[in-house]
Ligand binder design. Structure first.
Ligand SMILES: C[S@@+](CC[C@H](N)C(=O)[O-])C[C@H]1O[C@@H](n2cnc3c(N)ncnc32)[C@H](O)[C@@H]1O
Length: 238
């Protein structure tokens, strides 16, 4: 697909800030024809170093709470200011997704790119930990890295070049996610589908010069993408 919104951004800047397969391209595909109105209050959950949060403000007009556990919230705040955004548009928050401290029913929507697989694999997470903070009728847009089929019983060597079996537990197939998400009583599933984005997003990532991308490069260069995909999960809170 053509990523017309992402094309506007400087590749060096993206490469400095991303923490995995090109999250801006994933977000552009995920949010194609999305139902979240401009001006909505949105949580970017697992926002990393904040590049996706900036994209959500600039390209979609959302007011964004960039919520992340591992990154430095002060550095993210400086980055947002440097990019010309005000605290009325974007706020940097260090918070654990499994212990959110926001007001109940505060958000119009949650968007999560390449992060939900870290904390959302517990089937109780959605109803107990996340949806209480979303308004009734609010939307959840998630993209996770996935596998085309469940290879866990016989992991392909191309994947094992870069990742241990324990790390690959974070990467699951569409059936796995359908099973987990269908346990939610408080949301309706709008769509769970395999995305078009794949190799290009991984290739953008492995071109970055950092220790994590260098490790992932070995698997991607050996053809691991034939086993991998990205899975979009789109939900509405009842
Ligand atoms: C692979 S990075 C992706 C970051 C960003 N979305 C991107 O694509 O560049 C995964 C992110 O998930 C976040 N994360 C993992 N566990 C978390 C948790 N329990 N609560 C909040 N964020 C979490 C980490 O802080 C990290 O920034």
């Amino acid at each position: 697909m053509k990523y017309l919104k992402v094309e506007k951004y400087d590749t060096d800047l993206i490469n400095q800030k991303i923490m995995g397969p090109n999250p801006l391209k994933l977000e552009e595909e995920l949010l194609e024809n999305n139902s979240i109105k401009p001006g909505s209050i949105v949580m970017d959950l697992g926002s990393g170093q904040g590049i996706t949060s900036i994209f959500l403000v600039k390209e979609y007009g959302f007011k964004v709470y960039a919520t992340d556990l591992w990154s430095n919230p002060e550095e993210n705040k400086e980055f947002f200011e440097k990019m010309g955004l005000s605290k009325e548009e974007i706020i940097s928050v260090k918070m654990d997704a499994t212990d959110l401290k926001y007001e109940k029913e505060f958000f119009d929507a949650v968007i999560s790119t390449d992060s939900y697989n870290y904390f959302g694999r517990d089937e109780k997470f959605l109803d107990e930990k996340l949806l209480p903070f979303v308004k009734s009728g609010g939307y959840i847009y998630i993209v996770v890295p996935g596998m085309k089929s469940d290879y866990h019983g016989n992991l392909p060597e191309e994947l094992l070049i870069s990742w241990t079996p324990e790390q690959l537990e974070y990467i699951q197939d569409i059936e796995y996610w359908k099973n987990i998400i269908s346990k939610s009583k408080d949301s309706e599933i709008i769509s769970i589908h395999e995305m078009e984005s794949n190799e290009e997003c991984w290739n953008d990532w492995v071109k970055c010069d950092n220790e994590y991308s260098k490790n992932d490069k070995k698997a991607i260069d050996s053809g691991a993408c034939k086993y991998l995909n990205f899975i979009a999960i789109i939900l509405r809170k009842k």
